[in-house]
Write a protein that binds this ligand. Structure first.
Ligand code: IPM
Ligand code: MG
Length: 357
């Protein structure tokens, strides 16, 4: 079969890690007899430099013409002083919104081989955990009205608004309930303070009647932040708003040993999706062949499974990642005693080689 994959390398370590994901997909193509055609597009700071905008229309078109999108990361100090509409991050929010990708799946799974890199005590994390965070991605405070005002005395103020419609909550809620069949679903909000959270909770409670197979609970976000480190095994699926999901997924990522480990899939109502690691562009280590490509490669595995329906191939990629760890290969972020330190491209080689065997 032939598949069209859009690749947006972006800024910082983005180009290095996407190159490794492409390498691994090529190994998959060879082994399983698929042809992957990669179409590259610019977004983020590099797009500002080249095209004057963080999200060129051409990039949206390339994505729309593809079966799925691989995205590295965007942003960096070079573009931090630009006005909001030109910031690289605006390109990222723009593409999520332009492609209608309202459900962001962020699986935080502790690989057995990386137990030593997990910051939790063995009695808490022992035996591993496997949490799926479903983050609402195209609404809430990220997309609400914002601005600045100066009053008569010259005092400056700024505001950002959180708004959610019942429709926006329901569609991401359904995505989460479907993933939580026969499992536990915890909806995280701040319903003791925020009106948007009170509507969120009402909608989730309506939905839970339709999904009797799901063991549903609510949790306030401050408590959820604490419970994640106190007892991560209590969670199967978490569903939450855009900003809470942003914050809790970084916390969950660290529990897996490194933020360099967590992939993500951003989906709309069908199988089309955009796949990106949850970490950023890490400008401090960019261009040094030091970044961990695992989150990006595991994102490519999600693309294979969800957008292309190639679950065997996806499992082969995930297995190859575990196998590289089992052989003792580590990037700097997850290095531990007695292991072999590899650079970004050597880790990609190791994973690709294990697919071929
Ligand atoms: C993420 C990132 C982005 C977000 C930034 C770069 C805008 O932190 O994907 O989690 O907040 O969504
Ligand atoms: Mg984030």
């Amino acid at each position: 079969m032939k598949y069209n994959i859009a690749v947006i390398p972006g800024d910082g370590i983005g180009p290095e890690i996407t190159a490794e994901a492409v390498k691994v997909l090529e190994a998959v193509g060879e082994k399983f007899g698929h042809e992957f055609r990669f179409a590259y597009a610019d977004m983020g700071g590099c797009a500002v430099d080249k095209h004057g905008v963080p999200l060129p229309e051409e990039t949206v078109a390339v994505c729309k013409a593809s079966d799925g999108v691989l995205l590295g990361a965007v942003g960096g100090p070079k573009w931090d002083k630009l006005p909001g509409h030109l910031r690289p991050e605006t390109g990222l929010l723009g593409i999520r919104s332009a492609l209608g990708l309202f459900a962001n799946l962020r699986p935080a799974k502790l690989f057995g081989e990386l137990a030593a890199a997990c910051p939790l005590k063995p009695e808490i994390a022992g035996g591993g955990f496997d949490i799926m965070i479903v983050r609402e991605l195209t609404g809430g405070i990220y997309f609400g009205e914002r601005g600045r005002e100066t009053d008569a005395n010259g005092m400056e103020s700024a505001f950002d608004t959180e708004r959610y419609s019942a429709y926006e909550i329901e569609r991401v809620g359904r995505a989460a309930f479907r993933l939580a069949q026969a499992k536990r679903l915890c909806s995280v909000d701040k319903a003791n303070v925020l009106e948007t959270s009170r509507l969120w909770r009402e909608v989730m409670h309506r939905l839970k009647e339709e999904y009797p197979d799901v063991e549903y609970s609510d949790m306030l976000v401050d408590n959820a932040a604490m419970q994640l480190v106190r007892d991560p095994k209590q969670f199967d699926v978490i569903v939450t708003s855009n900003m809470f999901g942003d914050i809790l997924s970084d916390e969950a990522a660290m529990l897996t040993g490194s933020i360099g480990m967590l992939p993500s899939a951003s989906l709309g109502s069908g199988t089309f999706g955009l796949y990106e690691p949850i970490h950023g562009s890490a400008p401090d280590i960019a261009g040094q062949n030091r970044a961990n490509p695992a989150a990006m490669i595991l994102s490519a595995a999600m693309l294979l499974r969800i957008s292309l329906g190639l679950s065997g191939e996806a499992a082969a990629v995930e297995h190859a990642v575990s196998e590289a760890f089992a052989k003792g290969f580590r990037t700097a972020d997850i290095m531990s005693e007695g292991c072999v330190l590899l650079g970004t491209s050597e880790m990609g080689n190791a994973i690709a080689a294990s697919i071929n065997t």
